[in-house]
Ligand binder design. Structure first.
Ligand SMILES: Nc1nc2c(ncn2[C@@H]2O[C@H](COP(=O)(O)OP(=O)(O)OP(=O)(O)O)[C@@H](O)[C@H]2O)c(=O)[nH]1
Ligand SMILES: [Mg+2]
Length: 432
């Protein structure tokens, strides 16, 4: 049986009794006692720690992103204007520390740079997707660490994407549809019609209707303000009907009657940024900062991050159930994966060994063939050489014979010559 909640005030001794005992500490009456004070502990702790909020602003160059952020936080973040001549879309990440009364906010604003300025816009969404995923990955890596430091960890996951739609009055551009389609499962998207002061009221309504129809027909999920909390259900359900919000940004102060308001001065009058009849800026500020900031953060963690984490762990081979649909522990999966990996390594090693042996055999056969060819060539050359030597030997022998014959002939001719000379001399002597 559930216990009856204890009323702490019944436990406080009568003040009279307390005073009677001199050494007993007297309690001062506080507004709250017992565990009903838990929310106060949380509030105090959160105020001490400070809050953080990360906004991604996606929109064409000069569409009014920085002005809107300045208007939202009632400050001047001194964001420089971007050039229209970047060859690729980039992201500018800036973190600011803001304070309102005693509440500190670490605000990270990620702005697109050069968005919509390229001729080929097909890959324009990629840096945005990569950035969102990189922040999820950083958080996942921190979660998987043995020594985690979530207390001073700067959680850079994007809590909301303010998507700035050009106030064309026609329809969404293909770049809008492509980008929204690629990020809608990764981030809470709040679509905004930028510079809504450039459209008439009736055009604006038609444009809003058209945009919502297009988003629905392309199956693009945008952030739905939650209606399950009674305190915010009414505001949020009416806000859902105002999407996309038509916003105007300005930090200029303009005099309207006796009041000074933030607005844009035109020759025909003043557009008051904080006037709900003029634009949806107040609605945006309320739902973003006053009512739904915590929900946006929670949705980021429990839905978008969870989605990323689940896919990533599945990619790595983790699962909650085994092949027989039986629940398996992380340890079991790790062991199975390790075994699978070691088996795979062994298989690959064996395949490599086999391949190596095959290659060695092939090479050996090639070498043997080459060796045989060389041997044959050598034998052939040797034979040719021997034949040549024999031939030369024969020629030498013939030459030597010729030389001997020559010398013989020479000696015979010498003898003949001497004999002829002697005969001639004898003849001369005889004639005398
Ligand atoms: N009419 C009108 N002009 C606006 C609005 N918001 C901003 N502007 C003007 O538009 C110009 C560009 O505004 P930024 O806020 O610098 O635009 P941005 O998107 O941050 O521009 P980059 O950072 O350079 O891409 C400035 O001259 C603003 O005064 C608006 O709601 N309505
Ligand atoms: Mg800017």
């Amino acid at each position: 049986m559930a216990e009856k909640p204890m009323n702490m005030s019944t436990q406080i001794p009568d003040e009279e009794d307390v005073r009677k005992e001199d050494n007993i500490r007297s309690l001062t009456m506080l507004d709250h006692f017992g565990f009903e004070c838990l929310p106060h502990q949380l509030v105090n702790k959160s105020i001490q720690q400070g809050f953080s909020f990360n906004i991604l602003c996606v929109g064409e160059t000069g569409i009014g992103k920085s002005t809107l952020i300045d208007t939202l936080f009632n400050t001047n973040l001194k964001d420089k204007k971007s050039s229209h001549f970047y060859s690729n879309v980039g992201l500018k990440i800036q973190t600011y520390k803001l304070q309102e009364n005693n509440v500190q906010l670490k605000l990270t604003v990620v702005n697109t740079v050069g968005y919509g300025d390229q001729i080929n816009k097909e890959a324009s969404y990629q840096p945005i997707v990569d950035y969102i995923d990189a922040q999820f990955e950083a958080y996942l890596q921190e979660e998987l660490k043995i020594k985690r430091s979530f207390i001073d960890y700067h959680d850079s996951r994007i809590h909301v994407c303010l998507y700035f739609i050009s106030p064309t009055g026609h329809s969404l551009k293909s770049l809008d549809l492509l980008t929204l389609k690629n990020i809608d499962t990764k981030v809470n998207i709040i679509p905004l019609i930028a510079k809504a002061d450039t459209l008439s009221k009736s055009d604006l309504q038609k444009f809003k209707f058209k945009i919502m129809n297009e988003l629905v027909s392309h199956g693009i999920q945008i952030y739905q303000f939650p209606t399950d909390d009674q305190s915010t259900a009414q505001v949020n359900s009416s806000m859902n009907g105002h999407l996309p919000l038509a916003v105007v940004g300005s930090t200029d102060e303009v005099k309207v009657g006796k009041r000074v308001v933030r607005g844009r001065q035109y020759p025909w009058g003043v557009l008051q940024v904080e006037n709900e009849n003029h634009c949806d800026f107040v609605k945006l500020r309320d739902i973003l900062l006053s009512t739904n900031m915590e929900d946006l953060k929670q949705q980021t963690h429990t839905w978008h991050y969870e989605n990323y984490r689940c896919c990533k762990l599945q990619e790595m081979g983790f699962s909650d159930v085994g092949p027989n649909n039986q629940p398996v522990s992380f340890q079991e999966i790790y062991e199975a994966k390790r075994q699978e990996f070691s088996d795979q390594c062994q298989r690959e090693e064996e395949a490599l060994k086999l391949k190596f042996m095959q290659l060695v055999k092939e090479k050996e056969a090639t070498f043997k063939e080459a060796e045989k060819e060389l041997q044959d060539k050598f034998e052939h050359l040797k034979r040719v050489q021997q034949e040549k030597t024999m031939q030369l030997e024969e020629e030498r022998r013939q030459l030597e014979e010729e030389i001997i014959d020559f010398y013989k002939m020479k000696a015979a001719s010498e003898t003949l010559k001497t004999q002829v000379c002697t005969n001639i001399k004898k003849d001369k002597d005889h004639k005398k």
